[in-house]
Design a protein around this ligand. Structure first.
Ligand code: ASP
Length: 408
């Protein structure tokens, strides 16, 4: 019998918490606790390293291929400009919602986790005046692509990939070989992610053992609050904001929309993958909501790669949560950088399960927050991924209708 990955991850998380609690009960100084934490630290570290390893090729190829697929539709310039503007606007709204909710409800505030003490020190030494910080951030967006790839500078990679993707579209058929090569690289990267996910249950178990054995129980309460804040705001975006945008532009009622979009939303929820949901999304758009195939054929694949409201919202709010856990106060510019980075890496994240969690590392690092914090976010990621993927796909569908209305 084949046990689903979701269940294995869930079991790994439960086991990790149980073992962590057992070790904590034996006392922090017991030899077995120290050895257990040490081994779990190594195993968890390898898992996080594996995710980081595949991040760069995945983001690079995902964006180039996503943008370059526009080539088949190059006669409709207005469609793609409208799509891009729509994506940027809705993602900007969603990160604003996410970060505002995280500020208002402040999950994780006052915990001051031991695990992050070193990180706080590093953060303090990295502080610089606001203007300088912003200038150096802008500067880091445009880098020699080889340096960006080698250093794993994801922001610069996103920028260069967008340029390369657009150049491939404009260049047309002359560059088909390169496009095919990149497409194959993308497929291979996805395959490697699949292998890494096979050991995800063990990786998550190890990360949790270390986390629970060395932390206080108050953390679990904070995580629960964070989960509620994220689910609440993601649902708000999906049930109120996106339908409002849809109604304002097209006068289509939310009921008509949800009736037509239902299958795709449920599939997205169950698979946690915008890409895997794509065939269903296309069907819902064309058959149920009667969007022209030349529009869906363009907006849906592009959206599955680039347009991710749910992911952007999550990443911005999660960064603030981590800052709270580490008792770090982000200033306004740093919050703006978090929002901007969250948008950029959501564009870079492919539409596969937990992609947002992989790119989360970049958002944390953009303002010097500890990457190890994903140990706290990982176990809850599968749960949150379901809802954020559904909202990602909903955003693509609303996009089809909005673009059709505006371009017609
Ligand atoms: N699973 C999401 C999607 O496919 C991406 C993410 O992890 O946020 O849309």
């Amino acid at each position: 019998m084949k046990i689903s990955l979701n269940f294995q991850i869930f079991a790994g998380a439960v086991l990790g918490i149980a073992i962590g609690l057992a070790l904590a009960a034996l006392g922090k100084d017991a030899a077995i606790t120290q050895q257990g934490v040490y081994l779990a630290g190594i195993a968890g570290g390898v898992f996080v390293d594996l995710l980081k390893m595949v991040l760069v090729p995945l983001v690079f190829t995902s964006i180039v291929v996503g943008v370059a697929n526009l080539r088949a539709h190059h006669q409709i310039h207005r469609v793609w400009i409208t799509t891009l503007i729509y994506s940027l606007v809705t993602m900007a709204i969603s990160v604003t919602v996410g970060i505002t909710a995280a500020r208002i409800f402040a999950p994780g505030k006052g915990l001051n986790l031991e695990m992050f003490q070193g990180a706080i020190h590093g953060f303090e030494t990295k502080q610089m005046p606001v203007g300088e910080f912003f200038a150096s951030f802008l500067h880091s967006l445009f880098l020699n692509p080889f340096a960006a790839l080698a250093q794993g500078n994801v922001m610069a990679i996103v920028v260069f990939s967008l340029f390369l993707g657009i150049a491939l579209v404009v260049g047309g058929d002359r560059y088909l070989n390169l496009l095919m090569l990149l497409q194959e690289l993308f497929d291979l990267s996805l395959r490697i992610v699949g292998w890494i996910m096979v050991i995800a249950p063990l990786g998550i178990m190890a990360l949790l053992i270390k986390l629970v054995a060395t932390q206080n129980i108050a953390l679990l309460g904070s995580v629960a609050k964070f989960v509620i804040v994220i689910l609440g705001t993601t649902v708000l975006h999906g049930l109120v904001i996106l339908p409002l945008i849809l109604y304002a532009v097209t006068r289509i009622s939310p009921f008509t929309f949800f009736r037509g979009a239902r299958e795709a939303l449920v599939t997205a929820f169950a698979t946690s993958s915008s890409s895997a949901t794509m065939p269903v999304t296309l069907r819902c758009m064309e058959q149920n909501l009667h969007v022209n195939a030349s529009i869906t054929g363009f907006v849906v694949p592009l959206g599955a790669h680039l347009n991710m409201d749910g992911t952007a919202l999550y990443e911005a709010a999660a960064a603030l949560f981590v800052a709270n856990l580490a008792s770090i106060d982000l200033n306004l510019v740093q919050q703006l950088v978090v929002c901007f980075t969250a948008m950029m890496v959501s564009i870079g994240a492919p539409g596969i399960p937990s992609a947002g969690m992989v790119t989360m590392i970049v958002v944390l690092q953009s303002v010097g927050l500890p990457a190890e914090a994903i140990a706290i976010l990982l176990p809850i990621d599968r749960l949150l991924d379901t809802v954020r993927t559904a909202v990602n796909v909903e955003g693509d569908m609303v996009g089809c209708l909005v673009v059709q209305k505006l371009v017609d």
